[in-house]
Design a protein around this ligand. Structure first.
Ligand code: FAD
Length: 292
């Protein structure tokens, strides 16, 4: 089932982003989180992909060993397992086409050898595969794939972009290259999303722009999220979090703010709301119960 076919403005849905279990953890960890929310019928689930990281280990000999590790492997296998267990469409034949972030040790993104520099190039490669054109020109009668692609969008601009106008140029190119929908980075002020959607529309970017919502769960999010995602937290939200004495109280504030954002979004024509679960679903269940 193509995600783009599921999106219906008359009957908005919600969807989830989940993390693969950390290396060495059982898949049960993810089932335990999805089982209770599955009955609320998420329209689709996307599973994050975590690129290799280079880590350095000090050996007893004094030497330093360089190792490449993936802390959360198994994106495709997890997608298949979720699809089999719940029958919920996952992002497999639906691909969320992303570039990925720079390695922690890098100041800016460096593609792998022969890799792509931007998501747009990967998107074009997948669109070619949908037409039976593979990079390996030696293939005999290659089968055309049937991937439906989504892409990322940034209402408060991507951290590397000099401004929103610049960033939108490339979102337009991704839409023109065949992306069927975009999912936004998290934002906490709906007006930012509405302004962004209007600018997309003015530029002829006519794909659904699915809002991405992340409920706050801990006080340190106040600094961490703006630093990592370049999002600005509204004063009213920050005031409420600062009153909290424990992270359990912050979690409650996060739920209330996400409910407030979600209800407002539903009144302003969205086809889906995508919740970033970060591996835990109890707060998302509470939000979904109050909103859908
Ligand atoms: P791009 O579209 O390539 O854009 C990256 C930057 O380059 C932008 O500043 C853009 O303006 C600029 N740009 C684009 N094309 C060009 C061009 N042709 N010339 C010059 N500049 C250009 N990361 C993960 O590692 N795993 C995940 O699972 C994951 N899931 C995500 C889910 C969502 C909903 C979102 C919004 C992001 C997710 N990310 C994930 C983060 C994403 O990988 C990073 O934000 C990454 O830095 C950019 O990815 P992109 O696909 O937007 O890149």
């Amino acid at each position: 089932m193509k995600i783009s076919d599921l999106l219906n403005y008359d009957k908005p849905s919600f969807s989830l982003e989940v993390l693969p279990p950390a290396k060495g953890q059982d898949i049960k960890v993810i089932f335990e989180n999805i089982d209770p929310i599955a009955k609320y019928n998420p329209a689709f689930i996307s599973i994050t992909y975590h690129r290799d990281e280079v880590v350095y280990k000090h050996l007893r000999t004094g030497a330093i060993e360089e190792r490449t590790v993936r802390k959360r492997p198994g994106t495709v296998a997890v997608a298949a397992a979720l699809n089999y267990r719940y029958g919920i469409p996952v992002v497999i034949e639906n691909v969320l086409v992303l570039r990925g972030d720079p390695q922690k040790s890098e100041r800016s993104f460096v593609p792998n050898a022969n890799g792509h520099e931007y998501a747009l190039e990967l998107l074009k490669q997948i669109q070619n595969m949908n037409n039976g054109l593979y990079l390996d020109a030696e293939l005999v009668h290659p089968a055309a794939t049937n991937f439906a692609c989504g892409v990322a969008a940034y209402p408060e601009k991507h951290p590397e972009a000099p401004n929103l106008e610049y960033d939108l140029l490339f979102l337009k190119q991704k839409a023109d290259a065949g992306a069927k929908y975009a999912i936004t980075q998290m934002f906490f002020d709906n007006q930012k999303y509405y302004d962004f959607r209007k600018r997309c529309c003015d530029l002829g970017i006519n794909i659904p722009i699915i809002p991405g919502i992340k409920p706050l769960t801990m006080k340190k999010h106040l600094n961490l999220l703006p630093q990592t995602f370049q999002t600005i937290l509204p004063e009213a939200l920050v005031h409420e979090v600062l009153k909290c004495k424990t992270d359990a109280q912050v979690r409650q504030v996060g739920i209330e703010w996400a409910v407030f954002q979600s209800k407002d979004l539903l009144q302003n024509k969205v086809a889906d709301i995508h919740y970033f679960t970060m591996g835990k679903s109890d707060n998302i269940i509470e939000i979904v119960k109050q909103v859908f």
